[in-house]
Design a protein around this ligand. Structure first.
Ligand code: URA
Length: 279
């Protein structure tokens, strides 16, 4: 950490800079919790060895601590539970209900709501991103923020819109402060997105960006290498074709790659029109 303390008394800006460097980049509650005062609450009184007389309980003015959120189970147990649970559902509605009831992923506790899907469950093409951001967390739908607007334009360029595609994310809850999901969180959520793909049963799967491509296609290769290439994807019901391409958020930061994204989109359009067989 590189924060150096100024000679003058620290200001609110100094404090925020300190928090940022410490990795604290969003508030989880409106009210701060004073953990130090909780830790200093009086310990329960020990029974005296030879009681002289029982004292009445001491009145305390310390407010009750906030209710604790149940701790999520260890990641390997949660991942196994997720796999077993995902196997039990047969419809997208059941999968959504299952996720609403699933407490194995700690991200659920900090997210506002589940971001399950948008679009048409009968679609022939499914787009999968990484995880919801702030706008998606507020609206409960994937890709509704700035990168969603670009995704709409990308789809529009090949004659698609949200009535003709199905959209979801590998992780259905927003990570706090939009941080990168941990490998454990990804492993816990993987059985659910795999089941979602199986139930939608698209002909074409488009993985948006590195995390989605690497997780779903089980590769360590980066998007620069994998983009634009068709790979077989076993949904559990049948083998379909999948293509990694750039995440729209990446294209917003690096518009120079829009040219390559356009090539990928054209290949996707050809695959949907049946004029090209997967390589
Ligand atoms: N980025 C994603 O990967 N998914 C969303 O839903 C929004 C932004």
């Amino acid at each position: 950490m590189s924060t150096s303390f100024p000679e003058r008394p620290p200001t609110a800006r100094d404090l925020l800079a300190f928090y940022l460097e410490a990795g604290v980049d969003c508030a989880l509650n409106d009210e701060a919790i004073d953990r130090l005062s909780e830790a200093h609450q009086p310990a329960p009184e020990r029974a005296a060895e030879t009681p002289v007389r029982a004292l009445p309980p001491r009145a305390t003015t310390t407010p009750a601590p906030p209710p604790r959120v149940a701790a999520a189970p260890p990641p390997d147990i949660a991942a196994a539970t997720a796999r077993d649970a995902a196997d039990t559902v047969n419809t997208l509605d059941e999968l959504r209900e299952l996720l609403d009831a699933f407490d194995g992923c700690a991200l659920k506790a900090t997210a506002t709501r589940l971001v399950f899907s948008d679009g048409n469950p009968e679609a022939r093409i499914m787009f999968v991103g990484e995880a919801p951001g702030r706008d998606e967390d507020i609206e409960g739908k994937p890709f509704v923020g700035r990168s969603g607007k670009l995704l709409d334009l990308m789809m529009g360029a090949i004659g698609l819109d949200r009535t003709r595609v199905y959209i979801a994310n590998v992780i259905p809850w927003r990570p706090p402060g939009n941080r990168t999901p941990t490998p454990q969180e990804t492993q816990i959520c993987l059985p659910f997105i795999r089941k979602q793909i199986e139930l939608v049963d698209p002909d074409v799967l488009v993985c948006l960006g590195n995390p989605s491509s690497q997780t779903l296609l089980n590769t360590r290769e980066g998007i620069m290498k994998t983009r634009g290439r068709w790979v077989p994807f076993d949904t559990g019901k049948r083998v379909i074709r999948a293509m990694p391409t750039f995440h729209p958020a990446y294209l917003l930061r690096s518009p120079i790659y829009k040219r390559l994204a356009w090539q990928d989109l054209r290949a996707i359009r050809s695959a949907l029109s049946g004029s090209v067989s997967p390589g």
